[in-house]
Design a protein around this ligand. Structure first.
Ligand SMILES: C[S@@+](CC[C@H](N)C(=O)[O-])C[C@H]1O[C@@H](n2cnc3c(N)ncnc32)[C@H](O)[C@@H]1O
Length: 258
């Protein structure tokens, strides 16, 4: 595994300069599965308002971390022991994260996102609404999974509306790949749940082809009424509001770790 500079020394929520080091996953895990290639999304810096900067300075040290070679002590970070933990990758502005978390207060929720203004929005709702079961990590969700979470340590992983990368030459950037499913499975405890949703028909076809590719994940389809965790995002998105027009169908996927 590559050793990144210690980003904990950067100003609150700032990426260290330059291209982030990337793990060679095939070498690391000794397999020939597919892993997403990061597009230029990695380098999006984003500007914050003065208020958001002040919010970051004050609250990020307690509620946020940068990608680092550091296995997170979940009990210490959340200040309680034995709670379930769900990681959401690509939380965007965190609207569904902040809407779901109060309905699952017994669960630690960790939102992973590259885009700082998105994290700033979520940080704002967490602070304003006194939500105490959300923490945030800034960095590539795949590297975060590998470096910061131990095998079989998570109860759930969520990926809601990942970037669809519609052009064929960009499909290799899609986050859902055979290697990602293998990695997610390795981080889930037995009985843990992977939940993916997309509103993009082409991405739905792509994921549908991969549902059975990882032997340690049992595909449960949708809906799965006995699912042991919250699956309702609590929000009517602009897509859902439009009903079931062809281009606005939301496809959901649930798997259980065997
Ligand atoms: C289309 S948005 C969806 C955001 C949110 N989940 C929602 O439903 O509104 C996809 C998000 O994933 C983030 N993202 C893309 N690749 C990522 C990666 N490798 N690690 C973490 N976040 C990523 C992007 O920055 C973007 O905010």
């Amino acid at each position: 595994m590559n050793t990144a500079d210690n980003p904990q020394n950067s100003p609150a929520g700032e990426m260290p300069h330059g291209r982030p080091l990337q793990t060679d996953f095939n070498a690391e895990f000794g397999n020939d599965l597919d892993y997403p290639r990061l597009g230029n999304v990695t380098f999006r810096r984003g500007t914050l308002t003065d208020n958001q900067n002040a919010l970051f300075e004050e609250h990020w040290p307690r509620l946020g971390k940068m990608l680092a070679d550091e296995r997170i002590d979940l009990d210490e970070w959340f200040g309680r022991s034995g709670a379930k933990t769900i990681v959401e990758i690509g939380s965007g502005t965190g609207t569904s994260t902040a809407a779901m978390a109060p309905k699952e207060q017994d669960t630690n929720i960790i939102a992973v996102e590259l885009y700082k203004p998105g994290l700033a929005k979520l940080l704002g709702s967490v602070v304003r609404n006194d939500i105490d079961n959300i923490r945030m990590i800034r960095g590539d969700g795949i590297e975060v999974m590998v470096r910061m979470f131990a095998p079989e340590s998570l109860d759930g992983i969520r990926v809601f509306f990942p970037d669809p990368w519609p052009k064929a030459r960009h499909h290799k950037r899609r986050i859902i790949q055979s290697g990602t499913l293998n990695l997610f499975a390795s981080r889930l405890k037995k009985g843990g749940v992977l939940h993916v949703a997309t509103d993009h028909a082409g991405y739905a076809e792509w994921i549908t082809e991969l549902v059975d590719v990882e032997p340690s994940l049992e595909f449960k389809g949708w809906p799965w009424p006995e699912c042991p965790q919250l699956t309702d995002r609590q929000l009517i998105t602009k897509f859902e509001g439009k009903g079931l027009e062809k281009d606005h169908v939301i496809t959901e996927y649930l798997w259980e770790k065997k």
